[in-house]
Design a protein. Sequence first.
Length: 110
Amino acid sequence: MAETYKRLGTLTSTGTITTADTLYTVPAATTGVVSTVVVCNQTASAQTYRICVNTTAAFATSGYLMFGATVPANDSTFLSIGIGLSATNVLVCSSSSASVSFNAFGAEIT
């Protein structure tokens, strides 16, 4: 089994809190390990965000890791998650502003 440590995904939110933006999809025949997610707010006011794990690129009530969490103005939140994801699982997120970005770091095991 080979382990590849890397930035798993990066995106800037669409700015609609109810729209699931895909941050990372685990490739087929792979296990994904998400160690850290960084939420960066590039605005002068606090913003809310959501993070969810699902089998599709959509929010699922049972998969929320964060719901209605707040990232302060001009600041970042570092989330040490350490979760394993099965092949084709999807890490989705959203925020209340199009000036909030998400980055996921971890490893892929093949």
